[in-house]
Design a protein around this ligand. Structure first.
Ligand code: SDX
Length: 431
């Protein structure tokens, strides 16, 4: 940490605030003493300029389009690892050797089943229930069936076992909820299939028409889940940290993160992108109309999959996904008109000053849904796919927060702007 300080002058008082510098040269003014010393808080709606914590997990550079997990560039991890390897990296801080990877895989295989009593829950969701609502509910319920986390002697081993349990069961819950939604028999996990192969098989295998797990689809799904695995203090990860800071168990903290991810401004954007592209397709590809709507401040319509709070250049994940889109659709011999519409929309926006001046580029959600469509994953499950990917990141942040001696229960302050204190008016005196 550097010894440099910031000087703040408020009316006739001067305050010295330490400057903190991270390992990638990010700088922060430490305002933890500000209220006590100056009687002032800071105000930063949406926390656009405010750091919530110090973290060793993920580094983003929004100007350069850099994304590193535990120091490794996302491009390397997406190209050379499996999702399980990257999940291990996020959870443990180091890439696994072969033995460590096999042990982690064995944990995932061991925990793949759901308690049979939990399967009855699926019978009581309405047929059109949102897959994200089901996922958040079922993940929360898990803590009642697997309360061991507080019972095991070594909290770290207990955390890793619980993290593996959650990673394995979220996949089973997602696939089972899909099977229930289409009235098909459940397909159980198999020990001979990989993490992604098992998910695809549980989703699409059927008694009459066996599903063939295709290596290129498995490879693409691994890549997509890796690209979604973490993204520092985004809305849902901050939610997991906030809820966990109250001492809430891992299952319920993750359930809260799933709810935050559901929003169309966040992880729900991959579904909103497809719905937007379908609307443009139905509207005879009237790009001008939708670009005008996106630019109109009086119109709530926004170009889904475009823009980002941190990236002010191409989201490095979107670049990888865009390339994988072409490769996967070609490998599956899928010709999707929505891809052409997405490419055209990107081309128009990237040449329009409204988007250029606001540094609005495609983000992780712009092309991902087109790949999920080619894999035959239903559109309303796209945010669920985001949650499957983000789970190891959420759990790593929850654990880092729980281990951090600086952690306090999250409790932001506010500036009150309501009525000044006034005398009570009894009912009979109120006209
Ligand atoms: C994810 O934080 C993360 O890391 C998230 C994520 C992760 O991995 O966890 O990367 C995943 O959530 C990606 C984002 C998915 N959401 C969308 O694609 C929804 C569409 N995007 C926008 O809603 C918006 O860009 C946000 C929500 C992503 C970011 O919003 P900000 O940072 O609050 O920026 P803003 O709304 O203040 O926008 C600044 C300007 C505004 O115009 P002016 O007021 O300057 O005139 O840009 C405009 C906005 O109107 N703008 C857009 C736009 N995004 C921003 N205009 C049209 N279309 C858009 N998509």
């Amino acid at each position: 940490m550097s010894e440099r300080n910031a000087t703040l002058i408020v009316e006739d008082a001067t305050y010295t605030l330490p400057i903190i510098e991270g390992s990638e040269k990010e700088k922060a003014i430490d305002v933890r003493s500000l209220l006590k010393d100056s009687g002032h808080i800071t105000l930063d709606s949406g926390f656009m300029n405010t750091g919530a914590c110090q973290s060793n997990i993920t580094f983003l550079d929004g100007k350069k389009g850099i994304l590193n997990y535990r120091g490794y560039p996302i491009e390397e991890l997406a190209e050379r690892c499996s999702f399980v390897e990257v999940a291990y990296l996020l959870l443990h801080g180091e890439l696994p050797n072969r033995q460590e990877l096999n042990e982690f895989r064995a944990l995932l295989a061991r925990y793949a089943l759901l308690h049979e009593d939990m399967i009855h829950f699926f019978d009581h969701f309405p047929p059109n229930a949102s897959p994200m609502s089901i996922l958040s509910t079922m993940i929360n319920v898990l803590c009642n069936y697997y309360p061991e986390m507080t019972a095991q002697p070594d909290p770290y081993e207990a955390f890793i076992a619980t993290a593996a349990r959650l990673m394995s069961k979220i996949r089973t819950i997602a696939a089972f909820s899909y099977k229930k939604s289409i009235g098909h028999p459940l397909v159980y996990p198999r020990a001979d299939l990989s993490y992604c192969g098992n998910f695809l098989n549980m989703m699409f295998d059927r008694p009459v028409i066996p599903y063939v797990v295709q290596p290129e689809v498995v490879a693409t799904l691994n890549k997509l889940l890796i690209l979604h695995a973490d993204h520092e203090q985004n809305c849902s990860t901050s939610t997991v940290r906030m809820v966990g800071s109250a001492g809430v168990n891992l299952y319920a903290s993750i359930s809260a993160g799933i709810s935050a991810l559901w929003g169309p401004l966040h992880g729900g954007a991959n579904q909103a992108v497809i719905e937007m592209l379908e609307a443009i397709h139905r509207d005879n590809n009237d790009f001008g109309k939708y670009i005008a709507k996106a630019k109109d401040r009086n119109d709530p319509f926004r170009l889904s999959g475009f823009g980002h709070r941190v990236y002010k250049t191409f989201d490095p994940r979107a670049a990888i996904i865009k390339k994988a889109c072409h490769q996967t659709l070609a490998a599956l011999n899928v010709d999707d008109p929505l891809l052409d519409i997405a490419l055209k929309l990107e081309e128009i926006a990237r040449n329009d000053d409204y988007f250029i001046s606001r540094n609005l580029y495609p983000n992780v959600d712009f092309y991902s849904g087109i790949i999920y469509r080619a894999m035959r994953i239903p559109t309303n499950m796209f945010p669920v796919m985001f949650a499957l990917g983000r789970l190891p990141g959420w759990m790593s942040h929850w654990h880092e927060m729980m281990q951090d001696p600086d952690t306090k229960i999250g409790r932001p302050r506010q500036i009150y702007t309501g009525p000044a204190q006034r005398p009570f008016v009894p009912l009979h005196e109120r006209e």
